[in-house]
Design a protein around this ligand. Structure first.
Ligand code: SF4
Ligand code: SF4
Length: 110
């Protein structure tokens, strides 16, 4: 079991502040993306949106210092064209002792 130090206990986590935590990130291959919207519909964090019309209709990650991406990989699992991938996992490690964290892995396909 991991214990927090007194200093760590006195800090109040601000989960969406990039100074204190790191959000997940995804990369979207604009060549492959056809803007179908599956990823934006499934994203539990609402971190993706679809913009553009016709051939320019594409998925985008919210332009935010701290997009609400939790690197769950749901978008990658739902993408029919393999156009979206998690590129960075979230990290609240400054406040929470990490007991176990696996590496990035391929999403479960449905
Ligand atoms: S699911 Fe894939 S192809 Fe569809 S909008 Fe998202 S990234 Fe693009
Ligand atoms: S990895 Fe999960 S939280 Fe992040 S953009 Fe994809 S579906 Fe949303």
């Amino acid at each position: 079991m991991a214990y927090l130090t007194l200093k760590e206990r006195l800090l109040i986590p601000t989960y969406d502040n990039p100074k204190y935590a790191r959000s997940g990130q995804v990369v979207i291959d604009m060549e492959k993306c056809n803007g179908c919207g599956n990823c934006a519909m499934i994203c539990p964090g609402g971190a993706l949106y679809i913009a553009g019309i016709g051939k320019d209709k594409k998925a985008h990650l919210m332009e935010d210092d701290f997009p609400n991406c939790m690197s769950c990989n749901d978008c990658a699992a739902m993408c029919p064209r393999d156009a979206v991938k998690v590129s960075q996992t979230y990290d609240f490690g400054r406040f929470y002792k990490i007991l176990h964290r696996g590496g990035l892995s391929a999403p479960r396909k449905f």
